[in-house]
Design a protein. Structure first.
Length: 284
């Protein structure tokens, strides 16, 4: 498939005019690899390295592990579809979470004609492939409606769970992501009317919590749940309103959307594989 045709298909299927991003301001180290499209709007085609796309990989972050996997596969004329254009690692510095992709590995990907494409808010936005909807499906939650608007995207969902209390739901969350998740038990353990709010990734935000309260829900499932200077106000609001918070890490809560995207590319008759990575437990 011609690369430009694939890029245009993705734009048509996922991007809304009101979506705004601002990644490029922090990517000076790799500016020689970043295409003009991304420099102008921080969305879509990140590294224009291929004219033809014969296979696709999906991943949450462009970590060394992810980029090395593609290089080890020795593929050419391919694309890496990313949820984020930068890697994430709170273990290095709690105040600096995002890091640019490894320039040496980007150079090798350019030589192998492997483009990088990024959809952050377009993948967060409610659709059959969105992160929060995909996480809801992994938890067996029946989606009732999307919610939590941010930068032109509806990033969360509210739905019905068969779990009777937050401890059962937390155990199910741990099983779904494959590791222990974190429960901040700020309210009653019974899930009101079996309704839960899900915002994958960085959903522990005061604006989100306000909407959760407004919708009469007492459980918020998200990715980042650590209580630090950036999230202390959200935690305080959850305590005051009896909202139980479940955290599953940034990576693990958002991987399901990238996994779902494999079906999207396969429908375009492109072989596709999700590249798994390691969660950052400092997120919890």
């Amino acid at each position: 498939m011609k690369a430009c045709d694939l890029y245009n298909q993705l734009e048509n299927d996922f991007v809304k005019p009101e979506m705004k991003e601002d990644w490029y301001a922090n990517m000076a180290e790799i500016q020689e690899y970043v295409c003009d499209n991304f420099k102008q709007r921080s969305m879509g085609l990140l590294c224009d390295f291929a004219q033809e796309i014969n296979r696709v990989y999906t991943a949450v972050f462009p970590s060394d592990k992810v980029l090395m996997k593609i290089l080890e596969d020795n593929v050419c004329d391919a694309m890496l579809f990313l949820h984020h254009p930068m890697d994430w690692d709170l273990s290095k510095d709690l105040n600096t979470a995002f890091y640019v992709p490894n320039p040496k590995l980007l150079r090798q990907l350019r030589e192998s004609r492997v483009s990088l494409f990024n959809f952050h808010y377009p993948l967060d936005n409610y659709s059959n492939y969105s992160n929060s909807k995909a996480l809801a499906e992994a938890l067996g939650v029946i989606v009732e409606k999307p919610f939590a608007e941010f930068s032109g995207a509806l990033c969360g969902v509210i739905g019905i769970t068969h779990c009777s209390d937050v401890h059962e739901l937390n155990a199910k969350y741990s099983q779904a992501v494959g590791h222990e998740t974190k429960l901040y038990n700020y309210g009653e353990k019974i899930i009101f009317n079996n309704r839960v709010a899900i915002v994958a990734g960085g959903g522990n935000d005061t604006d989100v919590v306000h909407e959760v309260v407004k919708n009469g829900v007492n459980v918020l499932v998200s990715g980042l749940s650590l209580n630090n200077k950036y999230s202390s106000a959200a935690h305080e609001m959850e305590r005051e309103n009896g909202i139980n918070l479940l955290g599953g890490t940034h990576y693990s809560s958002e991987k399901f959307g990238c996994i779902a995207m494999c079906d999207y590319f396969k429908k375009l008759e492109l072989p596709c594989a999700f590249i798994s990575d390691s969660p950052c437990f400092e997120d919890l």
